[in-house]
Write a protein that binds this ligand. Structure first.
Ligand code: AMP
Ligand code: ZN
Length: 466
């Protein structure tokens, strides 16, 4: 039984899907006006892991993560770059996939773009007006928060307090300071679509409400995003969707905590961010995912070079164990498991039970990683050159099995001979650049001793076997 912490009830609850064995899940994705930073990256990694874990536990998951490709930030950036909003979106969606793939984030079932749903959004807005939940003022359309009785239920705020706070920014066009725009009239130079209220574009909140409905339906299992989205974004999504559909919107609301820098939220506006792209130049997916998943997803992570380095060392320890097993597998002779080994294997899978117990408990990846370390310690002390191929294989498979939902530990540590030679040639070139002749000669001689000769040609170094 999987238990999840639900922001809506502030409690851990048993996860009961609408349809047995299926999970309908929607995660608010990036606004595509820039490369994403490692704070956004954590949110993507966390929900990718949760999705993988549901799949590991036998669920069929429909996983939707949108691209916000029309909003103020998109328009501003497109103007700065002298390009169109459409082209800007195309470009950064492309870049998103590059970085997400490099972070070993699985592709979503669908990545809808807001601008592909304009007609549906217009119908949604119209539906809200018809039901008396929204009103038009000079081409803008606002949602009437007062009309929606349970406004504030997700963030646990009451409308009176919220209104008091909002009075500071009174906007003449709105009936009430807490009302928010669901359709925005076109301003000069902005991209716009034809609507019953004139040329305009959708507000941010309505995009998600509409895409959820069109792709997953009126009620979904899980709605997720970073914790900065609880208010107002998710609160507003609930209000719009429940007002129109008359059905509960999402049964479980999951929110991941921030990545901070010096205890401040990493964000584009504070300019204290590192892009995933630049971190990926030095650290690979296993290391970055390890860092993000070594804390519980509802716990903040303070991002630093030291933490990355320590994650790197931990990942190396894990891969050392994998590498040992891969080598042993080549060296040992014995095929069949002994009775003693069979008994040992029964003990070993207790680490899997532990891992599942921790992951079932609101995806406690931190403790799940500890279970993997315990598994590896166990393997290191018990598996050796005297073991059978079968028990080594089973041990290796167990490590990979438990790594998979975390998106880690799937690489082989065995380089092909070609890869090794290329790497050594590159090392030798580096040595020559820094005039380290002793090292460059040693690499050439070592290779020669293995029957591989290097030829310096105008096109670079070639090698052949003699
Ligand atoms: P944005 O592109 O700013 O709309 O953000 C995309 C996703 O990343 C949203 O789910 C945000 O909640 C999340 N996010 C933004 N900043 C951070 C951060 N510093 N740490 C974790 N998640 C973040
Ligand atoms: Zn959203």
């Amino acid at each position: 039984m999987i238990r999840v912490y639900n922001t809506l009830t502030n409690k851990k609850e048993e996860f009961v899907p609408i349809v047995t064995g299926e999970v309908k899940m929607y995660v608010c994705g990036p606004t595509v006006y820039n490369f994403f930073h490692i704070g956004n990256g954590r949110t993507f990694i966390v929900f990718d892991t949760i999705r993988r874990y549901f799949e590991y536990r036998g669920y069929k998951v429909k996983f939707i993560q949108n691209f916000t490709d029309i909003d103020d930030k998109m328009i501003k950036k497109a103007n700065e770059e002298g390009t169109t909003v459409k082209e800007l979106g195309d470009k950064y969606i492309n870049e998103y996939y590059k970085d997400a793939d490099a972070l070993n984030i699985e592709r979503a079932t669908v990545n809808p773009r807001a601008t592909e749903y304009i007609q549906e959004i217009i119908a949604f807005v119209k539906g809200l007006i018809d039901k008396g939940y929204a009103y038009e003022v000079n081409g803008d359309v606002y949602f009437s928060t007062k009309k929606f009785q349970s406004y504030g239920k997700l963030s646990g705020q009451n409308l009176d307090d919220l209104q008091l706070g909002a009075r500071i920014n009174v906007d003449e066009r709105k009936n009430d300071p807490m009302d928010f725009a669901i359709w925005k009239a076109q301003k000069p130079g902005e991209p716009a679509w034809k609507s019953p209220w004139g040329m305009g574009r959708p507000g941010w909140h309505i995009e998600c409400s509409c895409m959820v409905k069109k792709i997953l339906g009126e009620t979904i299992d899980i709605h997720a995003g970073g914790s900065d989205l609880v208010f107002p974004h998710h609160e507003n999504e609930i209000a719009q969707s429940e007002a129109l559909n008359g059905e509960p919107f999402a049964r479980y609301w999951l929110h991941s905590a921030f990545v901070n820098v010096n205890n401040q939220k990493m964000s584009k506006s504070l300019n204290n961010f590192f892009t995933a792209r630049e971190i990926l130049e030095k650290y690979d997916a296993d290391i970055i995912r390890f860092l993000m998943l070594s804390a519980h997803y509802r716990q903040q992570v303070n991002f630093s070079e030291e933490l990355l380095e320590s994650a790197k060392a931990s990942v190396e320890r894990l891969y050392n164990a994998i590498s040992n097993l891969e080598h042993l597998l080549e060296e040992v002779q014995k095929e069949e498991m002994s009775g003693e080994e069979e008994a040992y294997l029964k003990e070993l899978v207790k680490h899997r039970d532990k891992y599942i117990e921790k992951m079932d408990d609101d995806f406690n990846t931190a403790d799940a990683i500890t279970a993997i370390f315990d598994l590896i310690k166990d393997i290191n002390t018990n598996i050796n050159i005297g073991s059978s191929k079968s028990v080594i294989k089973a041990s290796l498979e167990l490590i990979r099995e438990l790594g998979a939902p975390l998106g880690m530990l799937q690489k082989s540590t065995k380089e092909s001979i070609e890869e090794e030679i290329e790497r050594l040639i590159e090392q030798r070139q580096e040595a020559r650049k820094t005039k380290n002749w002793a090292l460059s000669d040693k690499i050439r001689d070592d290779l020669k001793a293995r029957g591989i000769v290097l030829e310096d040609t105008p096109q670079g170094v070639r090698w052949k076997k003699i």
